[in-house]
Ligand binder design. Structure first.
Ligand code: BEZ
Length: 403
């Protein structure tokens, strides 16, 4: 970005008059942006399209494209080229994949990932750079908007703390005194279990055992036998995608469903409750979305998504959709100038996503959504809202000095 075009950018933001003035200057020597404006905007995507999180990656990608298609398929009048890589949920491959998108593909924006460990690896590469802007449409690693926070990294999903912390109080309010946690042993599971445990114990409960399952393993039998022998009042759990289907079914098949109620952040049943069938019925979870949220944006979103993809929308597609909204908003404000990084960042920092299916939310100073967390229960295969577990919940952003 030249100084000249960076200055022009401020005029775009300052108002229509400046924009009109620039457009009227028919004889001006085209800046790098003006020449590049005809080129498509490159959106690099690093998400899982194989393995236990494939459903998550596909849901995000579908809804991101649907949102931009609904706005004419363009970002501020420029065509969009998507360059998508399968993350394979591999943390060791994350640096190569990230560098491939940034250096070889020269993407204008980076969207990804789903997995907390990959998010940390990507943030260590992207954060120290000035560009591109990275938008995290799922991975909850607390550090992304905490100790690893950076001016060019935004998140449209949640921090691992956010949906898990209110869940601890839900279990205590339901009268439970003891609990076992069980989750995959990596950033997401560890951070979510810690947050739920903190709030459960703050409200008088006691976590008597933390069980950690190697990721992405789904052999649960020995762990379920251990839970049966401990006999806690409740179990608090994080699994998602294919692993969540298997865990919830195995839990019911082991005869634990009716004697030891299962709780957790909503990923446990999100996007998979139909596949879990009777085993999921009645499970209470906390999340920043529920299928039947009573707002027009959600009703339209669910109908459009079902029509376009022949399957139900879920929280992952909501996060993809909102990523599209954030890109549209920021690109419109800078007149399509992808080189105006500072201005793009300042628009994203002040963004409110008013038409989100989860309800309107705004960006925190650490670049993470400030949002309601809902208490839900599975009924007839749907995650239905019971109430608001935490209103306008903002992540503590521990270790982030931005803002
Ligand atoms: C994570 O790794 O951050 C994550 C993965 C799936 C669902 C939620 C969080």
């Amino acid at each position: 970005m030249t100084k000249k075009s960076e200055n022009s950018r401020r005029h775009f933001i300052a108002g229509a008059a400046a924009t009109a003035g620039l457009a009227a200057a028919g004889s001006f020597v085209p800046t790098r942006f003006a020449i590049g404006a005809a080129a498509p905007v490159k959106v690099g995507i690093l998400l899982p399209y194989s393995g236990t999180y494939a459903m998550l990656g596909n849901s995000i990608t579908n809804a991101l494209k649907m949102r931009i298609d609904q706005a004419g398929g363009k970002l501020a009048g420029r065509a969009v080229e998507y360059v998508a890589l399968d993350s394979e949920m591999s943390v060791p491959k994350a640096p190569t994949n990230t560098n491939k998108l940034i250096k070889k593909e020269r993407v204008d924006f980076l969207v990804g990932p789903v997995h907390s460990g990959i998010a940390a690896a990507m943030a260590k590469i992207v954060g120290p750079r000035n560009a591109p802007i990275m938008i995290v449409p799922n991975a909850g690693h607390n550090g992304i908007t905490g100790s690893l926070c950076a001016s060019n990294i935004f998140r449209t999903s949640f921090s691992n703390w956010q949906p898990a912390f209110p869940g601890g109080k839900v279990m205590a309010d339901d009268g439970h005194k003891t609990c076992v946690t069980i989750a995959w042993k990596y950033g997401a599971g560890i951070q979510m279990m810690a947050a739920g445990k903190e709030n459960f114990e703050k409200h008088g409960g006691k976590v008597v055992k933390d069980i950690q399952v190697p990721f992405p393993k789904v052999e649960f039998q020995a762990f379920l036998s251990e839970i049966a022998s401990i006999k806690p009042d409740a179990v608090f759990s994080f699994f998602s995608g294919g692993g969540a289907v298997k865990f919830v079914k195995d839990y019911a098949a082991a005869g634990l469903k009716d004697s030891i109620p299962l709780y957790g952040p909503g990923f446990l049943t999100e996007g998979v409750s139909k596949a879990q069938g009777a085993a999921a019925e009645g499970i209470k979870t906390t999340l920043h979305y529920a299928a039947n949220l009573d707002n027009d944006a959600n009703r339209k979103f669910r109908a459009d998504y079902e029509k376009a993809y022949g399957t139900s929308a879920n929280v992952f597609s909501v996060q993809g959709f909102d990523t599209g909204s954030l890109l549209l908003q920021a690109m419109a404000a800078v007149g399509g100038d992808t080189g105006a990084t500072k201005d793009l960042i300042s628009v994203m920092e002040g963004a409110t996503i008013a038409d989100s299916p989860r309800g309107a939310w705004k960006m925190s100073k650490a670049h993470n959504p400030i949002q309601d967390i809902y208490l839900r229960r599975v009924k007839s295969g749907e995650n239905l809202v019971l109430g608001v577990a935490a209103k306008d919940l903002e992540d503590p952003a521990t270790g982030c000095s931005m803002g």
